[in-house]
Design a protein around this ligand. Structure first.
Ligand SMILES: N[C@@H](CCC(=O)OP(=O)(O)O)C(=O)O
Length: 480
């Protein structure tokens, strides 16, 4: 029985690496590949799909223009060549699309551009507007202003972030190999092609990522797996396939759409065999498919996790870690679970959520605090928050008398301590391990003062409380 084919309109991101755009040695544009991509995109558009192209190649085209043999070593050299090549590259795309009456737009992004929520939303709005106008946006990294710390690093990551920004259904990573292999297929005749990936961490152990990669691009299989991790986490079905036959894109979509949309399924991840069984009547063009997460990250969480550079870290105790690992936590952290902060950050900035690497670091801190009791002659620890934060229950217990008094004018000693000068950070980055990321609701100095306290005491310590949580929109990383 032939299954009914799905015409579900999709949003598709297609990424081409430098080695698919220009010849590796001569740096001449690969006109037949580019023309075939253009025909495919125009045909997808005619079927009602929205398409974004992520095109590398500015540096490579710049090399050809300046008749240089290889990528310069210096950052400024690469930036200059990208500035020379980008205009030509977009001109080339425009020429090809113009023959088929398809308008295009150039979008140049840096991670710095979209790590600010407002600018990120502006970029999203522009992309959405262009798509609804029937335009094909062509995205590249804005190499001229990208310096090491604001660089996407490679266009695989940029394409994954783009696909997450516009809630794409598909991300196609077109490259010089037709998918992921267990080993380098050019060197190992026993290398096996992988059709479907449902667990990225499992696949990392199975495959060699040293495969291929040209002298032109910065990506390789490793960056494609990272891109797949970002995109599938945002609910995007990610495909690695060869750039030699871009017309396969439509067939690959048809193959997967038959199960994704005709069968009422939301993703192939619902059924590990779904990649082959339900579409047996359709040909399967050679590719590797990465199943999208059945529970995609919400836009804000995906943005926080992948597009922001954390400005500092919030150290949490094991109790908070285990609560945050549960879905019911809603990705929100209370001050009671905070042991300390590292670095300086403002409210609204992204922070790492970390735990002490070795329990001994944490115990050492408590011991140091306890030693402080004797050296100061005080009857209580000088920084009771550390002791209070050793478990959520102890932090609650230490403040209960005030809580029971019901008076917000009477401050306990613990709270009075919080009104003192902010303490110095007590953890080092080398002593902690990152478990997730989120958005700080208080700045680092404020958080130092309220760490370990019940939320009801925040107004007494700070004089205000914008949120009962200290970090929100936390995404906890999957265990390695
Ligand atoms: N933005 C750079 C490309 C970065 C890069 O090398 O990407 P890729 O070829 O996809 O590994 C350019 O246009 O030359």
């Amino acid at each position: 029985m032939t299954r009914e084919r799905s015409n579900h309109p999709c949003t598709v991101v297609i990424k081409l690496g430098s080695s698919s755009i220009v010849h590796e040695k001569t740096h001449q544009p690969l006109l037949s590949t580019l023309s075939s991509v253009v025909e495919t995109v125009v045909s997808l558009r005619a079927q009602g799909h929205k398409v974004v192209l992520v095109s590398s190649g500015a540096i490579a085209v710049g090399l050809q223009r300046m008749d240089l043999p290889s990528r310069p070593k210096t950052l400024a050299g690469k930036q200059a060549l990208a500035a020379i090549g980008q205009g030509r590259l977009i001109g080339l795309w425009d020429d090809l699309f113009r023959h088929l009456g398809q308008p295009i737009a150039q979008i140049l992004l840096t991670r710095g551009d979209i790590s600010d929520r407002t600018r990120y939303l502006n970029a999203v709005n522009t992309l959405q507007e262009l798509l609804s106008m029937g335009v094909v946006p062509i995205v590249n990294e804005n190499d001229t202003v990208s310096v090491s710390e604001i660089k996407f690093g490679d266009n695989d990551t940029l394409s994954a972030i783009t696909s997450s920004m516009i809630h794409a259904d598909y991300l196609f990573l077109l490259t010089d190999v037709d998918g992921l292999y267990t080993a380098n297929p050019r060197k190992d005749p026993d290398a096996k092609h992988i059709e479907l990936v449902t667990s990225i961490s499992a696949i990392r152990e199975k495959v060699s990522t040293t495969t291929l990669g040209s002298s032109l691009g910065t990506g390789g299989m490793e960056t494609k797996i990272i891109a797949a991790e970002i995109a599938t986490g945002a609910g995007v079905l990610t495909i690695i396939t060869s750039s030699k036959s871009p017309s396969d894109i439509a067939e690959i979509m048809e193959y997967h759409n038959a199960q994704r949309f005709s069968l009422g399924a939301t993703s192939p991840a619902e059924n590990n065999d779904a990649d082959t069984a339900p579409t047996a009547d359709l040909p399967r063009p050679r590719h590797t498919a990465f199943a999208p997460s059945p529970i995609p990250l919400r836009d804000l969480k995906s943005w926080t996790r992948h597009t922001l550079f954390p400005s500092g870290s919030v150290v949490v105790d094991t109790g908070a870690h285990s609560v945050l690992s549960r879905r019911e936590s809603g990705g929100r952290l209370l001050a009671a679970g905070v042991l300390g902060v590292i670095g300086a950050f403002a409210s609204g900035q992204a922070v790492r959520v970390v735990t002490p690497k070795h329990r001994s670091v944490y115990e050492h801190l408590i011991a140091t605090e306890a030693a402080g009791v004797h050296s100061t002659g005080s009857t209580r620890p000088t920084t009771p928050s550390i002791v209070a934060a050793s478990s959520v229950s102890s932090s609650v217990a230490s403040l209960e008398p005030l809580s029971r008094s019901g008076s917000f004018n009477v401050l306990s000693e613990a709270v009075t301590d919080k009104l003192a000068e902010p303490e110095e950070p007590q953890f080092q980055e080398s002593e902690v391990v990152e478990i997730g990321r989120g958005l700080a609701m208080y700045n680092s100095a404020e958080l130092t003062r309220i760490k370990g306290l019940k939320s009801t005491y925040i107004p007494q310590v700070l004089g205000y409380a914008d949120s009962e949580y200290v970090v929100e929109n936390i995404t906890i990383h999957a265990p390695p």
